[in-house]
Design a protein around this ligand. Structure first.
Ligand code: NAD
Length: 426
């Protein structure tokens, strides 16, 4: 079982798909690993550490790609990489097929067995493989750190002989995996935190983190599987009034609202931004899915009326060591059950719920039902893990999960990243 790990080459990507820890575990399963020289440098994982763990380092990854039974990546491969991978090999990465259907088609045409890691079903058994969760958790944390860095005032309250410095007021819109982590982080930094969501279940989670929950009274804001539904025009109007009244008094706004299969809802208008205090900061985690703020520009920092609007789409990559460690563990936890212990070869059980839910292309065809592939037989009933179970400290969390047969969230899957464990504010 040969495994190759190329260096990530896409812009703003510092993560790596294997860590020395997971290399050691994969070697223990009987794998031979080749890592491209410098692949882990952006995540402070040096070649020497991979060698100690049992991997070979290749200055040119081409020959290893031509021989590997599995190729592990964070981002989808380039056309050049696809052309070098052995037909029939397994490719595991965040494929983002809605943002870039051409790459999946090219991988299918090359006869690769493509697993889209963002499609891991959110079921109990797959929790340790949940890439969207692990990366979204870190994105929520990092969003607050970015906000603090761009905010020219203090997060905590200070009482000094020269006077009192007021605590920052931080408002989190969307209390899913990333939002809950943002709340916990902002609280740790000493901000006064409030949050909103459309799901009733979110209120209790927000309050248990010590933040104030503000909401519009909806009959039911959930659209199934723990996800939000799109609001009706009337509900949108009520929510806009709520947000407009609240943001005026806020210093920091972190937006994370997403609805699976749709563009991000626009919740912060230009007019609302213009009512915010000079020096306020908005971090829009939904930037890649179109943004929750109508002024957001992906990967740009802009200033409007003295309000900074951060549209970073690479928040997990900005915390590349931890994001790589968690991503690599997610990948190992996904691969481990696919390895036949006796033959020490990769032999997926094609009717397994996780395999079926994650498999995007095989035998030259796109097979995932959500991508127009032939629907697989109905999976076993899934057990969703409530968001209230996550914990930041355990290393989990980030973005809308995909379930087999469900529509995929809007483009932007690859950078985000979102777990169901509730962070602790303590
Ligand atoms: P998400 O990324 O799809 O959305 C982020 C948040 O935005 C959600 O809380 C959503 O309700 C909210 N939102 C959407 N529209 C909004 C609006 N107009 N105004 C305010 N907020 C809005 O969500 P996520 O972080 O992936 O989590 C969604 C659900 O999935 C949660 O219930 C969580 O418990 C569950 N989850 C389950 C698992 C698992 O079972 N393994 C893992 C992770 C998350």
């Amino acid at each position: 079982m040969k495994i190759a790990v190329p260096k990530e080459r896409r812009a703003r990507e510092a993560r790596v798909a294997a860590s020395p820890e997971t290399v050691k575990k994969l070697v223990g399963l009987g794998a031979t690993l080749t890592i491209e020289a410098g692949a882990g440098a952006g995540a402070s994982m040096l070649d020497a550490a991979y060698q100690v763990a049992g991997a070979m380092i290749a200055a040119d990854i081409g020959p290893a790609l031509a021989e590997a039974d599995a190729v592990l990546k964070v981002q989808r491969p380039s056309a050049d990489e696809i052309a070098k991978i052995k037909p029939g090999a397994m490719l595991c990465c965040i494929m983002a097929p809605h943002a870039d259907p051409g790459t999946l088609k090219a991988a299918a045409a090359r006869n690769l067995v493509v697993f889209g890691m963002e499609f891991i079903p959110r079921i109990t058994r797959a929790q340790s493989m949940d890439v969207l969760s692990s990366q979204a958790n870190l994105a929520g944390y990092r969003a607050v750190i970015e906000a603090a860095a761009h905010y020219t005032r203090s997060f905590p309250m200070f009482m000094t002989a020269a006077g009192t410095v007021q605590a920052a007021r931080c408002f989190v819109i969307g209390a899913g995996v990333a939002g809950l982590q943002a709340i916990a982080t902002a609280r740790r930094l000493g901000a006064v935190v409030s949050a909103t969501d459309v799901r009733k279940a979110a209120g209790e989670q927000v309050e248990s983190l010590g933040a104030k929950y503000i909401f519009i009274d909806l009959p039911e804001g959930e659209g199934g599987g723990g996800y939000a539904r799109a609001l009706t025009p009337d509900e949108q109007k009520k929510q806009a009034e709520l947000v407009a009244n609240h943001v005026k008094s806020q210093d920091i706004v972190i937006t994370t609202a997403l609805i699976p299969g749709r563009p991000a809802p626009k919740l912060l208008t230009r007019a609302m931004v213009e009512t915010m205090k000079p020096g306020s900061v908005i971090v829009d985690l939904a930037a890649e899915a179109g943004g929750n703020c109508e002024l957001t520009k992906p990967d740009e920092i802009l200033k409007h009326h003295n309000v900074s609007i951060l549209g970073f789409t690479d928040l997990p990559s900005r915390i590349a060591v931890d994001a790589s460690q968690l991503y690599a563990r997610n990948l190992f936890n996904f691969l481990q059950p696919l390895v036949d212990k006796e033959s020490k070869t990769l032999s997926p059980k094609w009717d397994d719920e996780i395999v079926k839910g994650t498999l995007l292309a095989k035998d030259g065809q796109i097979v995932h039902p959500a991508l127009g592939g032939k629907p697989a037989p109905a999976p076993e009933p899934q057990t969703l893990i409530p968001a209230s179970s996550p914990s930041v400290d355990s290393g989990a969390p980030t973005q809308p999960p995909q379930r087999a047969g469900e529509p995929i969230p809007a483009p932007g899957d690859e950078a985000t990243v979102v777990p169901p464990r509730r962070p602790s504010a303590s």
